[in-house]
Design a protein around this ligand. Structure first.
Ligand SMILES: *Cc1c(COP(=O)(O)O)cnc(C)c1O
Length: 364
C-alpha cells in the first residue's frame, strides 16, 4: 500500500512553468525585460478603474457580461461566442482538457509557448512537437504530424519565445489541412502588435468553422498582466465546453473593470504598437549589426526579440553581462534555446543600453 498520495504519472512528467525573473544570480533587483510586460504600463483609464475598487466582499459577475459585450463591440464579434479566463493561460489549459485526454495527442511547433506542453500533460494527453522552420511554425511539418489521435493543435501567432509569425495564408492552409474534429487553438497573445494588414485571420476562421478557438490576453499590449484577464472566441459548442469547466468566478471584479476601461482606450494600444514597432526595429538593427560577431536577431512581430549568440560570445555570457548592467532578460536553455536570449522591448533608453552592453561584451 502507498504511504502517501501518489501523484498521477502524467502530472509527474510536468516541468512547472518558469516565469521571467527580475533578480540577478546574486539576488540584486534588475530592470525586468524577461516577461514581455508593457514598458508603457497600462491605460490611465484602466488605472482609474483599478483605483475605484468594487466591494471585495462581493463575487464578480461569473459571466463577465459587460467585458464580453465590450470585447464583442471592439472586435466585431458575437458576445455569446466569447468566454473570459484567468489570463489566457486558463483558457489554453481548458481547451486541452475539454478536447484531449489519455491516449490523445496535442500538437504544437518546436520552440512554441511552454504552456502548451503543460496543458497537454495536465489532461493526460501526449504533447507532440513538430519541427520548426527557422524558429517559425512549419505548416507542412505540423500537418505531417497529425494522426488519428491528434485532438488539439496549438499555434501561437506571433509565437513566444521566437517572435516569429505565420501570415494569414499559412494559418488558413494549416486549418484547411486539419481534420474537422481536430481543434485548432490560435493563441493571439501578441496580436495587438500587428498592423491590420498583418492580421492572421484567426477571428474569421473562428467565426466560420466549428473547430477554431482564438485566445487573446490583456497581459501584453494592454499592460494588465497582474490582473489576469484573457478571453477566447469560437463556435458556441467550444465556448460551452470551456464554460463547463472554467472557474465559476474566474475573472476578478478589478480585472473585469480594468479590462472594460482598457478596451475604451484604443489610443493606448496604438501608442503601444507604435512604440514597440519603432524600438523593436531599432534594437533588431543594432543586433543585426553584430552579425560579424555571430549575433543575430530572429525577425520578430511581438514585443520582444529572440537574439541568437552563435559566435564567440555565448548566450550565458551575454546574459551575465546584461545582468551586470542591471537588466533581467530571458535565457531558455530548457526550451532548446541555450544559444539565445529573449529580450522584451523596453524603453528606448533601456534598449540602447542593452544593445551597447551586448556590443561591448562581443568586443565590437
Ligand atoms: C504571455 C502569453 C500568454 C498570455 O498569458 P496570460 O495568461 O493571458 O497572461 C499566452 N500565450 C502566449 C504565447 C504568451 O506569450
Amino acid at each position: 500500500m502507498n504511504t502517501r498520495p501518489t501523484i498521477k504519472p502524467w502530472i509527474e512528467g510536468i516541468h512547472a512553468y518558469v516565469p521571467g525573473k527580475a533578480t540577478g544570480a546574486d539576488g540584486r533587483q534588475l530592470v525586468k525585460l524577461s516577461a514581455n510586460e508593457n514598458p508603457l504600463g497600462c491605460s490611465p483609464q484602466a488605472l482609474d478603474a483599478l483605483n475605484a475598487p468594487a466591494n471585495p466582499a462581493t463575487y464578480p459577475d461569473p459571466d463577465a457580461t459587460a467585458l464580453r459585450a465590450k470585447l464583442a463591440e471592439v472586435h466585431g464579434l458575437n458576445a455569446k461566442r466569447i468566454v473570459c479566463g484567468t489570463g489566457s493561460d486558463e483558457l489554453l489549459n481548458l481547451a486541452a482538457q475539454a478536447f484531449a485526454g489519455p491516449g490523445d495527442e496535442v500538437l504544437f511547433s518546436k520552440y512554441s509557448f511552454s504552456v502548451y506542453d503543460i496543458a497537454a500533460r495536465r489532461c493526460g494527453a501526449r504533447p507532440v512537437e513538430a519541427a520548426d522552420d527557422q524558429y517559425t511554425a512549419d505548416v507542412d511539418a505540423l500537418l505531417d504530424a497529425v494522426n488519428e489521435t491528434t485532438r488539439v493543435v496549438f499555434l501561437a501567432n506571433p509565437n513566444n519565445p521566437t517572435g516569429t509569425y505565420l501570415p494569414r495564408t499559412e494559418v488558413e492552409r494549416l486549418h484547411a489541412g486539419l481534420p474537422a474534429d481536430v481543434l485548432l487553438v490560435i493563441d493571439q497573445a501578441y496580436a495587438e502588435y500587428l498592423t491590420p494588414e498583418e492580421d492572421d485571420g484567426g477571428f474569421l476562421l473562428a467565426a466560420a468553422h466549428s473547430n477554431v478557438l482564438v485566445t487573446r490576453t490583456f497581459s501584453k499590449a494592454y499592460g494588465l498582466a497582474g490582473e489576469r484577464i484573457g478571453w477566447a472566441t469560437g463556435a458556441p459548442h467550444l465556448i460551452d465546453a470551456l464554460n463547463r469547466i472554467r472557474g465559476p468566478f474566474n475573472v476578478t471584479n478589478s480585472g473585469q473593470a480594468a479590462g472594460l476601461a482598457a478596451l475604451s482606450d484604443q489610443a493606448f494600444i496604438s501608442a503601444t504598437r507604435e512604440h514597440n514597432t519603432t524600438q523593436l526595429a531599432r534594437f533588431s538593427d543594432a543586433m543585426a549589426a553584430l552579425g560579424n560577431r555571430g549575433i543575430r536577431p530572429v525577425p520578430s512581430k511581438a514585443n520582444f526579440a529572440l537574439v541568437l549568440f552563435e559566435g564567440e560570445l555565448d548566450a550565458a555570457e551575454a546574459l551575465a553581462a546584461i545582468a551586470a548592467g542591471g537588466y533581467a532578460v530571458r535565457h531558455l536553455p530548457g526550451q532548446g534555446l541555450p544559444h539565445a536570449l529573449r529580450i522584451t522591448i523596453g524603453t528606448a533608453e533601456q534598449m540602447d543600453d542593452i544593445a551597447q552592453i551586448i556590443a561591448k561584451a562581443a568586443g565590437a
